[in-house]
Design a protein around this ligand. Structure first.
Ligand code: DP6
Length: 387
Protein backbone atom coordinates (compact mmCIF):
# COMPACT_ATOMS: atom_id res chain seq x y z
CA UNK A 1 0.00 0.00 0.00
CA UNK A 2 1.40 3.38 -0.99
CA UNK A 3 1.42 5.55 2.08
CA UNK A 4 3.49 8.45 0.76
CA UNK A 5 2.42 11.02 -1.84
CA UNK A 6 4.48 13.91 -3.21
CA UNK A 7 2.96 16.68 -5.27
CA UNK A 8 3.89 20.08 -6.73
CA UNK A 9 1.28 22.83 -7.12
CA UNK A 10 1.29 26.21 -8.82
CA UNK A 11 0.94 29.86 -7.90
CA UNK A 12 -2.05 31.67 -9.42
CA UNK A 13 -2.38 35.38 -10.17
CA UNK A 14 -5.88 36.85 -10.13
CA UNK A 15 -7.09 39.10 -12.93
CA UNK A 16 -10.42 39.66 -11.12
CA UNK A 17 -9.47 39.97 -7.48
CA UNK A 18 -10.90 38.23 -4.45
CA UNK A 19 -11.06 40.75 -1.61
CA UNK A 20 -13.62 40.36 1.18
CA UNK A 21 -15.23 37.44 3.00
CA UNK A 22 -18.87 36.93 3.90
CA UNK A 23 -17.80 34.17 6.33
CA UNK A 24 -14.34 34.41 7.88
CA UNK A 25 -14.08 30.90 9.24
CA UNK A 26 -15.43 29.05 6.20
CA UNK A 27 -13.53 31.46 3.90
CA UNK A 28 -16.52 32.40 1.73
CA UNK A 29 -15.91 35.39 -0.54
CA UNK A 30 -18.10 38.39 -1.33
CA UNK A 31 -17.46 38.15 -5.09
CA UNK A 32 -16.39 35.76 -7.83
CA UNK A 33 -12.73 35.94 -8.86
CA UNK A 34 -10.75 34.79 -11.91
CA UNK A 35 -7.08 33.87 -12.20
CA UNK A 36 -4.49 32.23 -14.37
CA UNK A 37 -2.57 29.28 -12.99
CA UNK A 38 1.17 29.67 -13.58
CA UNK A 39 3.44 26.90 -14.83
CA UNK A 40 4.89 24.74 -12.05
CA UNK A 41 8.14 24.50 -14.04
CA UNK A 42 9.10 27.98 -12.78
CA UNK A 43 7.22 28.48 -9.50
CA UNK A 44 5.74 25.84 -7.24
CA UNK A 45 5.13 24.54 -3.77
CA UNK A 46 6.15 20.93 -3.16
CA UNK A 47 4.53 18.77 -0.49
CA UNK A 48 4.99 15.21 0.75
CA UNK A 49 2.34 13.60 2.92
CA UNK A 50 2.74 10.27 4.66
CA UNK A 51 0.28 8.22 6.68
CA UNK A 52 1.20 5.44 9.10
CA UNK A 53 -0.32 3.50 11.96
CA UNK A 54 3.06 4.01 13.71
CA UNK A 55 2.85 7.80 13.90
CA UNK A 56 1.86 9.06 17.33
CA UNK A 57 0.70 12.52 16.22
CA UNK A 58 0.13 14.68 13.14
CA UNK A 59 3.18 16.84 12.35
CA UNK A 60 4.08 19.49 9.73
CA UNK A 61 7.33 21.09 8.51
CA UNK A 62 7.34 24.18 6.29
CA UNK A 63 10.54 25.15 4.50
CA UNK A 64 12.53 23.02 6.95
CA UNK A 65 10.97 24.31 10.17
CA UNK A 66 8.39 22.44 12.26
CA UNK A 67 5.15 24.43 12.52
CA UNK A 68 2.13 24.22 14.79
CA UNK A 69 -0.20 21.54 13.46
CA UNK A 70 -3.03 23.14 15.48
CA UNK A 71 -3.10 26.13 13.11
CA UNK A 72 -6.82 26.72 12.42
CA UNK A 73 -6.60 26.84 8.64
CA UNK A 74 -4.52 23.68 8.52
CA UNK A 75 -7.00 21.94 10.80
CA UNK A 76 -9.87 23.07 8.55
CA UNK A 77 -8.19 21.33 5.62
CA UNK A 78 -7.38 18.16 7.56
CA UNK A 79 -10.89 17.90 9.01
CA UNK A 80 -12.46 18.33 5.59
CA UNK A 81 -10.16 15.69 4.10
CA UNK A 82 -10.85 13.20 6.89
CA UNK A 83 -14.60 13.84 6.58
CA UNK A 84 -14.47 12.99 2.87
CA UNK A 85 -12.19 9.99 3.28
CA UNK A 86 -14.70 7.47 4.64
CA UNK A 87 -14.17 5.10 1.74
CA UNK A 88 -10.41 5.25 1.47
CA UNK A 89 -9.61 2.33 3.77
CA UNK A 90 -7.47 4.24 6.28
CA UNK A 91 -8.89 4.52 9.71
CA UNK A 92 -9.19 8.17 10.63
CA UNK A 93 -7.09 7.73 13.73
CA UNK A 94 -3.96 7.07 11.66
CA UNK A 95 -1.69 10.11 11.93
CA UNK A 96 0.07 11.94 9.13
CA UNK A 97 3.34 13.76 8.59
CA UNK A 98 3.50 16.67 6.15
CA UNK A 99 6.57 18.39 4.75
CA UNK A 100 6.29 21.31 2.34
CA UNK A 101 8.62 23.80 0.69
CA UNK A 102 8.50 26.46 -2.03
CA UNK A 103 10.98 26.63 -4.89
CA UNK A 104 10.82 30.44 -4.71
CA UNK A 105 11.96 32.59 -1.78
CA UNK A 106 9.05 33.40 0.56
CA UNK A 107 10.63 36.84 0.78
CA UNK A 108 9.88 37.32 -2.92
CA UNK A 109 6.39 38.24 -1.73
CA UNK A 110 4.62 35.85 -4.06
CA UNK A 111 1.34 34.35 -2.89
CA UNK A 112 2.86 31.26 -1.32
CA UNK A 113 -0.22 30.26 0.70
CA UNK A 114 -2.24 29.59 -2.47
CA UNK A 115 0.35 27.20 -3.87
CA UNK A 116 0.96 25.70 -0.42
CA UNK A 117 -2.66 24.86 0.45
CA UNK A 118 -3.41 23.69 -3.11
CA UNK A 119 -0.42 21.36 -2.85
CA UNK A 120 -1.37 20.05 0.56
CA UNK A 121 -4.94 19.43 -0.62
CA UNK A 122 -3.91 17.70 -3.85
CA UNK A 123 -1.43 15.48 -1.98
CA UNK A 124 -3.89 14.52 0.77
CA UNK A 125 -6.68 13.95 -1.76
CA UNK A 126 -4.53 11.37 -3.53
CA UNK A 127 -3.41 9.77 -0.27
CA UNK A 128 -7.02 9.41 0.94
CA UNK A 129 -8.34 8.60 -2.56
CA UNK A 130 -10.83 11.45 -2.54
CA UNK A 131 -12.93 11.79 -5.70
CA UNK A 132 -14.58 14.86 -7.19
CA UNK A 133 -14.05 18.55 -6.44
CA UNK A 134 -11.15 19.35 -4.11
CA UNK A 135 -11.19 23.13 -4.57
CA UNK A 136 -13.55 23.44 -1.58
CA UNK A 137 -10.96 21.71 0.61
CA UNK A 138 -8.15 24.00 -0.61
CA UNK A 139 -10.43 27.01 -0.02
CA UNK A 140 -10.75 26.10 3.64
CA UNK A 141 -6.97 26.65 3.97
CA UNK A 142 -6.68 29.89 1.99
CA UNK A 143 -9.32 31.38 -0.32
CA UNK A 144 -7.11 31.92 -3.37
CA UNK A 145 -5.73 28.35 -3.02
CA UNK A 146 -8.96 26.94 -4.47
CA UNK A 147 -7.95 28.41 -7.85
CA UNK A 148 -4.54 26.64 -7.80
CA UNK A 149 -5.89 23.07 -7.78
CA UNK A 150 -6.46 23.23 -11.54
CA UNK A 151 -4.65 24.63 -14.57
CA UNK A 152 -5.43 27.23 -17.23
CA UNK A 153 -7.82 30.08 -16.45
CA UNK A 154 -9.98 29.44 -13.41
CA UNK A 155 -13.08 31.06 -11.91
CA UNK A 156 -13.92 30.81 -8.23
CA UNK A 157 -17.69 31.09 -7.89
CA UNK A 158 -18.62 32.85 -4.66
CA UNK A 159 -21.72 30.65 -4.27
CA UNK A 160 -24.72 31.40 -2.08
CA UNK A 161 -25.00 28.46 0.31
CA UNK A 162 -24.19 29.53 3.85
CA UNK A 163 -22.17 26.35 4.39
CA UNK A 164 -20.06 27.06 1.32
CA UNK A 165 -20.96 23.87 -0.59
CA UNK A 166 -21.22 25.87 -3.85
CA UNK A 167 -18.23 28.18 -3.30
CA UNK A 168 -15.82 26.36 -5.56
CA UNK A 169 -13.44 26.81 -8.48
CA UNK A 170 -14.01 25.68 -12.06
CA UNK A 171 -11.71 25.79 -15.05
CA UNK A 172 -12.76 28.30 -17.73
CA UNK A 173 -10.28 27.00 -20.33
CA UNK A 174 -7.14 24.85 -20.12
CA UNK A 175 -3.66 26.39 -20.57
CA UNK A 176 -3.53 25.12 -24.18
CA UNK A 177 -6.49 27.35 -25.12
CA UNK A 178 -4.35 30.51 -24.92
CA UNK A 179 -0.86 29.08 -25.30
CA UNK A 180 0.61 32.44 -26.44
CA UNK A 181 -0.11 34.04 -23.04
CA UNK A 182 2.98 34.88 -21.00
CA UNK A 183 3.63 36.28 -17.55
CA UNK A 184 6.45 38.42 -16.20
CA UNK A 185 6.67 38.69 -12.43
CA UNK A 186 8.66 41.76 -11.41
CA UNK A 187 9.86 41.40 -7.83
CA UNK A 188 10.13 44.90 -6.38
CA UNK A 189 12.62 45.64 -3.61
CA UNK A 190 10.68 46.43 -0.48
CA UNK A 191 11.43 46.25 3.21
CA UNK A 192 8.07 47.39 4.50
CA UNK A 193 5.88 45.01 6.50
CA UNK A 194 2.47 44.64 4.89
CA UNK A 195 -0.94 44.06 6.44
CA UNK A 196 -1.70 40.33 5.79
CA UNK A 197 -4.52 39.89 3.26
CA UNK A 198 -6.90 38.22 5.74
CA UNK A 199 -6.63 41.23 8.07
CA UNK A 200 -6.71 43.76 5.23
CA UNK A 201 -9.86 42.31 3.68
CA UNK A 202 -11.64 42.15 7.03
CA UNK A 203 -10.84 45.81 7.58
CA UNK A 204 -12.09 46.64 4.05
CA UNK A 205 -15.39 44.81 4.67
CA UNK A 206 -15.87 46.78 7.89
CA UNK A 207 -14.96 50.23 6.56
CA UNK A 208 -14.90 50.59 2.77
CA UNK A 209 -17.99 51.86 0.96
CA UNK A 210 -16.14 51.46 -2.30
CA UNK A 211 -15.82 47.71 -1.62
CA UNK A 212 -19.63 47.48 -1.24
CA UNK A 213 -20.02 49.26 -4.59
CA UNK A 214 -17.45 46.92 -6.16
CA UNK A 215 -19.21 43.80 -4.85
CA UNK A 216 -22.70 44.90 -5.91
CA UNK A 217 -22.16 46.86 -9.08
CA UNK A 218 -18.76 46.13 -10.62
CA UNK A 219 -17.50 42.56 -10.25
CA UNK A 220 -20.62 40.63 -11.35
CA UNK A 221 -20.54 42.18 -14.83
CA UNK A 222 -16.76 42.48 -15.03
CA UNK A 223 -16.17 38.80 -14.19
CA UNK A 224 -18.49 37.76 -17.03
CA UNK A 225 -16.74 40.12 -19.46
CA UNK A 226 -13.38 38.76 -18.36
CA UNK A 227 -14.52 35.19 -18.89
CA UNK A 228 -15.71 36.12 -22.39
CA UNK A 229 -12.40 37.86 -23.22
CA UNK A 230 -10.54 34.69 -22.15
CA UNK A 231 -12.79 32.37 -24.15
CA UNK A 232 -12.45 34.63 -27.21
CA UNK A 233 -8.70 35.20 -26.66
CA UNK A 234 -9.38 38.94 -26.86
CA UNK A 235 -6.13 40.31 -25.42
CA UNK A 236 -7.14 43.99 -25.50
CA UNK A 237 -10.26 43.45 -23.40
CA UNK A 238 -8.50 40.93 -21.15
CA UNK A 239 -5.69 43.43 -20.49
CA UNK A 240 -7.94 46.43 -19.86
CA UNK A 241 -10.19 44.52 -17.47
CA UNK A 242 -7.13 43.14 -15.64
CA UNK A 243 -5.63 46.60 -15.10
CA UNK A 244 -8.95 48.18 -14.09
CA UNK A 245 -9.62 45.43 -11.60
CA UNK A 246 -6.17 45.72 -10.03
CA UNK A 247 -6.64 49.48 -9.79
CA UNK A 248 -10.04 49.14 -8.16
CA UNK A 249 -8.75 46.61 -5.67
CA UNK A 250 -5.98 49.02 -4.61
CA UNK A 251 -8.48 51.89 -4.52
CA UNK A 252 -10.56 49.78 -2.09
CA UNK A 253 -7.42 49.26 -0.01
CA UNK A 254 -6.91 53.02 0.16
CA UNK A 255 -10.61 53.51 0.95
CA UNK A 256 -10.17 51.12 3.88
CA UNK A 257 -9.75 52.81 7.26
CA UNK A 258 -6.95 52.85 8.35
CA UNK A 259 -5.82 52.35 4.73
CA UNK A 260 -3.80 49.36 3.51
CA UNK A 261 -1.11 50.52 1.10
CA UNK A 262 0.45 47.68 -0.82
CA UNK A 263 1.94 49.32 -3.91
CA UNK A 264 5.04 51.48 -3.54
CA UNK A 265 6.62 54.16 -5.69
CA UNK A 266 8.31 51.61 -7.97
CA UNK A 267 5.04 49.66 -8.36
CA UNK A 268 3.29 52.88 -9.37
CA UNK A 269 5.98 53.72 -11.87
CA UNK A 270 5.89 50.27 -13.47
CA UNK A 271 2.15 50.91 -13.90
CA UNK A 272 2.90 54.29 -15.52
CA UNK A 273 5.50 52.72 -17.81
CA UNK A 274 3.00 50.09 -18.99
CA UNK A 275 0.51 52.83 -19.89
CA UNK A 276 3.21 54.90 -21.65
CA UNK A 277 4.28 51.84 -23.63
CA UNK A 278 0.73 50.93 -24.65
CA UNK A 279 0.17 54.58 -25.70
CA UNK A 280 3.44 54.73 -27.63
CA UNK A 281 2.66 51.61 -29.66
CA UNK A 282 -0.97 52.70 -29.98
CA UNK A 283 -2.27 49.33 -28.82
CA UNK A 284 -2.77 47.40 -25.56
CA UNK A 285 0.19 45.03 -25.47
CA UNK A 286 0.81 44.67 -21.73
CA UNK A 287 -1.37 44.49 -18.61
CA UNK A 288 -0.22 44.88 -15.01
CA UNK A 289 -1.80 43.52 -11.87
CA UNK A 290 -0.77 43.81 -8.20
CA UNK A 291 -1.78 41.66 -5.22
CA UNK A 292 -1.35 42.58 -1.56
CA UNK A 293 2.26 43.67 -2.06
CA UNK A 294 4.47 45.83 -4.30
CA UNK A 295 5.37 43.19 -6.95
CA UNK A 296 4.02 43.67 -10.47
CA UNK A 297 2.71 40.78 -12.53
CA UNK A 298 2.56 41.59 -16.23
CA UNK A 299 0.37 39.66 -18.66
CA UNK A 300 1.44 39.85 -22.32
CA UNK A 301 1.64 37.72 -25.47
CA UNK A 302 4.79 35.75 -26.30
CA UNK A 303 5.59 37.82 -29.40
CA UNK A 304 5.82 41.03 -27.32
CA UNK A 305 8.06 39.68 -24.53
CA UNK A 306 11.52 40.50 -26.01
CA UNK A 307 10.58 44.15 -26.61
CA UNK A 308 8.94 44.57 -23.20
CA UNK A 309 11.93 43.08 -21.37
CA UNK A 310 14.14 45.46 -23.36
CA UNK A 311 12.08 48.42 -22.11
CA UNK A 312 12.09 47.19 -18.51
CA UNK A 313 15.85 46.60 -18.52
CA UNK A 314 16.36 50.08 -19.92
CA UNK A 315 14.25 51.97 -17.36
CA UNK A 316 14.65 49.62 -14.35
CA UNK A 317 18.17 48.21 -14.87
CA UNK A 318 19.43 45.44 -12.56
CA UNK A 319 22.66 45.84 -10.58
CA UNK A 320 25.58 45.04 -12.86
CA UNK A 321 26.64 42.05 -10.71
CA UNK A 322 23.08 40.88 -9.89
CA UNK A 323 22.97 37.10 -9.43
CA UNK A 324 20.05 35.21 -10.94
CA UNK A 325 18.24 38.41 -11.87
CA UNK A 326 16.48 36.88 -14.86
CA UNK A 327 14.70 33.60 -14.01
CA UNK A 328 12.38 31.20 -15.77
CA UNK A 329 11.93 30.71 -19.50
CA UNK A 330 14.83 31.71 -21.76
CA UNK A 331 14.39 34.88 -23.84
CA UNK A 332 16.56 37.31 -25.83
CA UNK A 333 15.52 40.88 -25.15
CA UNK A 334 15.26 43.49 -27.93
CA UNK A 335 16.84 46.85 -27.10
CA UNK A 336 14.33 49.70 -27.57
CA UNK A 337 14.88 52.09 -30.49
CA UNK A 338 15.75 55.75 -29.85
CA UNK A 339 12.44 56.71 -31.43
CA UNK A 340 10.47 54.55 -28.96
CA UNK A 341 12.49 55.81 -25.99
CA UNK A 342 11.66 59.40 -26.96
CA UNK A 343 7.97 58.60 -27.28
CA UNK A 344 7.92 56.99 -23.83
CA UNK A 345 9.12 60.19 -22.05
CA UNK A 346 9.98 58.15 -18.96
CA UNK A 347 12.58 58.66 -16.27
CA UNK A 348 15.31 56.03 -16.01
CA UNK A 349 15.79 54.55 -12.52
CA UNK A 350 19.13 53.82 -10.83
CA UNK A 351 20.05 50.09 -10.86
CA UNK A 352 18.59 47.60 -8.39
CA UNK A 353 14.97 48.77 -8.01
CA UNK A 354 13.82 45.33 -9.14
CA UNK A 355 15.14 42.27 -7.26
CA UNK A 356 14.42 39.83 -10.06
CA UNK A 357 12.27 39.14 -13.10
CA UNK A 358 10.57 35.74 -13.50
CA UNK A 359 9.40 34.83 -17.01
CA UNK A 360 6.73 32.13 -17.11
CA UNK A 361 3.56 30.94 -18.82
CA UNK A 362 0.19 29.43 -17.96
CA UNK A 363 0.36 25.88 -16.62
CA UNK A 364 -1.70 22.74 -16.16
CA UNK A 365 -2.08 22.65 -12.39
CA UNK A 366 -0.75 20.28 -9.69
CA UNK A 367 1.44 17.32 -10.65
CA UNK A 368 2.25 14.15 -8.71
CA UNK A 369 5.88 13.06 -8.49
CA UNK A 370 6.24 9.30 -8.41
CA UNK A 371 10.00 9.00 -8.00
CA UNK A 372 10.78 8.23 -4.30
CA UNK A 373 13.84 10.52 -4.62
CA UNK A 374 11.42 13.46 -4.79
CA UNK A 375 9.89 12.76 -1.37
CA UNK A 376 10.47 15.32 1.38
CA UNK A 377 10.01 12.70 4.14
CA UNK A 378 12.11 9.61 4.79
CA UNK A 379 10.67 6.16 5.59
CA UNK A 380 10.14 7.16 9.24
CA UNK A 381 8.37 10.44 8.42
CA UNK A 382 11.36 12.68 9.13
CA UNK A 383 11.95 15.67 6.84
CA UNK A 384 14.64 15.35 4.16
CA UNK A 385 15.76 17.78 1.41
CA UNK A 386 13.33 20.31 2.73
CA UNK A 387 15.09 23.50 3.82
C1 DP6 B 1 -5.04 40.13 -3.24
O1 DP6 B 1 -6.29 33.98 -0.51
O2 DP6 B 1 -4.35 35.13 0.64
O3 DP6 B 1 -4.18 37.98 -3.72
O4 DP6 B 1 -8.45 33.62 2.02
O5 DP6 B 1 -7.53 34.99 3.86
O6 DP6 B 1 -6.10 33.22 2.81
P1 DP6 B 1 -7.22 34.24 2.60
O7 DP6 B 1 -6.67 35.32 1.58
P2 DP6 B 1 -5.79 35.13 0.28
O8 DP6 B 1 -6.13 36.50 -0.46
C2 DP6 B 1 -5.67 36.77 -1.75
C3 DP6 B 1 -5.98 38.18 -2.11
C4 DP6 B 1 -5.38 38.67 -3.41
C5 DP6 B 1 -6.38 38.57 -4.55
C6 DP6 B 1 -6.59 37.21 -5.19
O9 DP6 B 1 -5.67 36.38 -5.21
O10 DP6 B 1 -7.70 37.03 -5.72
Amino acid sequence: MNTTVTCIAPVNIAVIKYWGKRDDSLILPTNDSISATLDTAQLHAKTTVMISSDFKEDRIWLNGKEEDIKNTRLQNCLKEIRKRSQLSGYTNDWKICICSKNNFPTAAGLASSAAGYACLTAALAKLYKIEGDISIIARSGSGSACRSVMGGFVRWYMGSDKNGTDSLAKQIVPASHWSEMRILVLVVSDEQKKVPSAIGMKRSIETSQLLQHRIMHVVPERANKMQQAIVEKDFKNFAELTMKDSNQFHAVCLDTYPPCIYMNNISNNIMNLVHSYNDAVNDVKVAYTYDAGPNATLYLLEKDVPAVIGILDHFFPPFENAIEYRRGLPVEEIKPSQDLLEKLKFQKYPPGQLKCMIYTKIGDGPKYLNNPQDHLLDGQGNPINCS
